[in-house]
Design a protein. Structure first.
Length: 158
């Protein structure tokens, strides 16, 4: 290839790459509402997101692969079998968020500090976690196995 052909090749390759990038970006934005369950974002979910940020939960936890790895990934926390059946799961999570020092929820021996979360904030946080769990993450987190929680046993108190 001579200099002119090389330049032309670079320009064409850059143009094709840019076109593919724009097409994929447009396609992602087109599917965004369906993938994120945007229609199910309620004021409680928004408030839960605010609580998440106010308490800097991301300093210890991970959601959607972002955050710290000190505490459990909460992307699919609502579907975690250790919270028990559908009937008790929400209340178990609310009680845990309000008084986490009373209970060891994970198997690594770390306890969550009491952040002084009110019942309203805990309910909103659970709504946020429930909404996140409904998002199609295309298999993320890896190796997460949710179970049908209609018949899961209630978690043991510690």
């Amino acid at each position: 290839m001579n200099k002119r052909q090389t330049r032309l090749f670079a320009i064409v390759a850059t143009g094709i790459s840019a076109a593919v990038f724009l097409l994929l970006t447009f396609d992602s934005h087109r599917k965004f509402d369906a993938l994120t369950n945007a229609e199910s974002i309620t004021p409680a979910v928004v408030h839960g997101n605010d609580v998440w940020h106010k308490n800097n939960c991301i300093n210890c936890h991970t959601i959607f692969g972002e955050g710290a790895y000190y505490a459990p990934d909460l992307t699919k926390a609502w579907l975690d079998p250790s919270w028990g059946s559908k009937e008790v799961r929400e209340q178990q999570m609310i009680e845990f968020l309000m008084n986490p020092q009373d209970r060891l929820h994970n198997g690594v021996g770390r306890r969550m500090p009491n952040l002084g979360i009110t019942e309203e904030e805990a309910r909103a946080t659970v709504a946020f976690l429930k909404w996140m769990s409904a998002i199609n993450t295309l298999g993320f987190p890896n190796n997460f196995k949710a179970i049908d929680q209609s018949d899961a046993p209630a978690p043991a108190q510690q």
